[in-house]
Design a protein around this ligand. Structure first.
Ligand code: PBG
Length: 333
């Protein structure tokens, strides 16, 4: 037989027969160091509003967000990602609220940095919360999302976040060339240490539905889609191409999104580029886990920790997950 010797000399179950030897051969570790909590921020400081499609996640005004940050800090979670809920009257065709230096996100960054200077602040750079049509960019008369015109706005948005003290700006819009545009805007204003986390391989996915409910872009988007800028779920080589471009343009980290159905992409990217590679366990994945747990069809704790561990095994250095706080509690038990 093989050089390893045949049964019964080789019994794979021997090492699995006790926890101590299972521990000794465990290849992948999941820790709090690898968790990032996405949060939905609302402009009304005392608001706390549940999101039906995301049980346990809420739109939070600043005062509630500060309380949540206490827990983030207690559990030693390295970073949070901010997503704004923008009222309809502040949405427009030119998305000008997106780069208002006194807008919601810059204000929240300043408050968080005052009280939690050591927690990393990641901001979403994209226009969808700010456009009346819910697309990630500016559009022409026929509704097509304009690339270069959008980048000009994204540069101002990223800059307004960096000025307010954001540690990491994270473009999630999938315009071509936006990493180069944002990097040069940051460099021109001496924000040389503002990191760029590129949503490099972001797929046009059905798993973003609950997120769009949360930020209120679902209604704006209506029956439109994002197929002409987000990636086709059928493609994998294209993801490597996207990542190569974004690293070349100055991204510090790249991300794959969604998570669980796309772990083959994570593995290929990590193997090929060896750069910090993040995964986003998106709202639809969260909703599925919540729904199946609520009915008792799966055990929430073990199922969630398993999904996160599997993302690590595929090559993810860190994971954005709405379960971050809960997972940290479980890991610290
Ligand atoms: C939009 C954005 C989306 C998500 C993060 N940023 C949705 C979209 O592209 O329509 C989805 C996150 C999630 O589903 O949890 N820039």
């Amino acid at each position: 037989m093989s050089v390893f010797g045949a049964f019964p000399r080789r019994r794979m179950r021997r090492m699995r027969s006790a926890e101590f030897s299972r521990r000794l051969q465990r290849e992948t570790k999941l820790s709090v160091d690898q968790l990032i909590l996405p949060v939905f921020v609302h402009g009304e400081p005392n608001l706390k509003e549940s999101i039906p499609s995301m049980p346990g996640v809420e739109r939070l005004g600043l005062n509630h967000l500060l309380r949540l940050m206490d827990k983030v800090s207690q559990h030693n979670i390295p970073a949070v990602a901010l997503f704004p809920v923008i009222p309809m009257e502040q949405k427009s065709l030119d998305a000008k609220e997106s780069y208002n230096p006194e807008g919601l996100i810059p204000k929240v960054i300043r408050e968080l940095k005052k009280k939690f200077p050591d927690i990393g602040i990641i901001t979403d750079v994209a226009l969808d919360p700010y456009t009346v049509h819910g697309q990630d960019g500016l559009t022409n008369e026929s509704g097509y999302v304009l690339n270069d015109e959008t980048i000009a706005v994204l540069r101002r948005q990223a800059l307004s976040h960096a000025e307010a003290g954001a540690d990491i700006v994270a473009p999630s819009d999938m315009m071509d060339g936006r990493i180069a545009g944002i990097r040069s805007a940051l460099d021109d204003h001496n924000y040389v240490n503002t990191r760029i986390l590129s949503y490099a391989a972001k797929y046009a996915s059905s798993f973003y539905g609950p997120f769009r409910d949360a930020v209120g872009s679902a209604k704006a988007l209506g029956s439109s889609n994002k197929l002409n800028y987000q990636m086709d779920p059928a493609n994998s080589n294209e993801a490597l191409h996207e990542v190569a471009l974004d690293i070349g343009e100055g991204a510090d980290m790249v991300m794959v999104k969604p998570g669980l159905p796309y772990l083959d992409i994570v593995q290929r990217i990590k193997e090929k580029f060896q750069v910090p590679t993040l995964v986003y366990q998106v709202s639809g994945e969260y909703a599925m886990l919540k729904a199946a747990s609520a009915t008792g069809w799966i055990d929430e704790k073990s199922a969630v920790l398993e999904t996160l561990l599997c993302m690590r095994r595929a090559g993810a250095d860190a994971i954005l997950t709405y379960y971050a706080l809960q997972a940290a509690e479980w890991l610290n038990e």
